[in-house]
Design a protein around this ligand. Structure first.
Ligand code: SF4
Length: 326
């Protein structure tokens, strides 16, 4: 994937603020560019550059230890989330042409009013996408999400608030099926996913996914000991929810223990002898790594079904939302 990164902005910021020590944090897909970018910054500014070697999956995941050791930390690829004293978010924008995929989607769209959503990599293409849809007789709706997202129409793997629009059909422009699947389940709307890299479009069918998740819930129904995972990453930390879930477990005669951890991996959980886990950290972990865990790992909503607190037909997608009041 090709991304445009605004290195000029970084150099300008460092020179203007006369920073002596600069931190760089990249998500996994951009780490191979780290050394080249560090060299350019050192050459043009004379500042010392420190690169984060830790895994990074989102804007929720700031390397706070590195931030504490530098004058400014540049966090790459993601849009701003939360307030940080010395962190600058350098978004990555894809230069792939989105229109071939949107053209393919046009044949699958059946409604006149279309809600359009995407990830931060393609938000600069909204005008183009909506212009194309309008030329083809569609009304385009790009809605504002909550405070966790930076742009109207932007969705995250943990936040579909921009997809809660007043229309029956949604067009997702972006790669992968996680976001459109999440939107289809979270909103109950018909979702068409247009992948600009593959130049194809498909209608999202959440049924198989829901069946698989149902299997994990069923396997957890007999569980007696639950581990409730809480992330120590500030943008993923849902301790209050974890405590609420522990109370629910106790109410239903179960044992529950809160496990606080930074990185949630199958290896990290292996030594705990819980029968099942509930994940309050990044919701993607529950889904993306499901098959690799030795015991079922549920979303908070799935856990509630497993212990009898919630009806099966009331399952929702797990989201992390940030209202103005929070
Ligand atoms: S919580 Fe997960 S899905 Fe949400 S921003 Fe962080 S890494 Fe992405």
């Amino acid at each position: 994937m090709e991304f445009d990164i605004d290195i000029g902005r970084i150099i300008k910021t460092v020179n203007k603020t006369e920073c002596k020590r600069v931190g760089l944090q990249f998500p996994e897909g951009l780490k191979r560019q780290a050394v080249g970018i560090a060299c350019k910054i050192e050459e043009k500014t004379g500042a010392e550059v420190l690169i984060s070697g830790n895994p990074c999956f989102g804007a929720c995941d700031i390397d706070t230890a590195l931030a504490a050791n530098v004058d400014v930390l540049f966090h790459f690829a993601h849009s701003q989330m939360g307030k940080h004293e010395n962190v600058v978010f350098i978004e990555a924008r894809s230069n792939v042409d989105v229109i071939p995929a949107v053209r393919a989607a046009l044949e699958l769209l059946t409604e006149d009013r279309i809600g359009v959503i995407t990830t931060v990599q393609h938000v600069h293409k909204f005008e183009e996408v909506c212009g194309f849809l309008r030329e083809n007789g569609k009304e385009c709706i790009v809605a504002k999400g909550d405070l966790r997202v930076s742009y109207p129409g932007q969705v995250l793997g943990c936040n579909f608030t921009a997809a809660r629009v007043d229309c029956a059909e949604i067009l997702y422009v972006g790669s992968g099926m996680f976001h459109p699947l999440g939107v289809a389940i979270a909103t109950g709307k018909r979702v068409i996913a247009a992948d600009p890299y593959l130049k194809t479009a498909v209608e999202v069918n959440p049924e198989r996914f829901q069946r698989i998740r149902g299997g994990y819930i069923a396997r957890s129904m007999g569980a007696q000991i639950f581990g409730i995972i809480v992330s120590s990453k500030s943008g993923q930390n849902r301790m209050e929810l974890a405590r609420k879930l522990r109370d629910i477990a106790l109410k239903h005669g179960k044992e529950a223990h809160i496990l606080m951890m930074d990185l949630v991996t199958p290896d990290q959980l292996l030594q705990f002898k819980a029968d099942a886990y509930v994940n309050t950290a990044c919701p993607r972990i529950t889904i993306d790594d499901a098959e690799r865990f030795h015991a079922p790992v549920l979303t908070p909503q799935e856990f509630e079904v497993a212990v009898g607190e919630r009806e099966w037909d009331k399952i929702e997608m797990d989201e992390i939302v940030e209202d103005a009041g929070e």
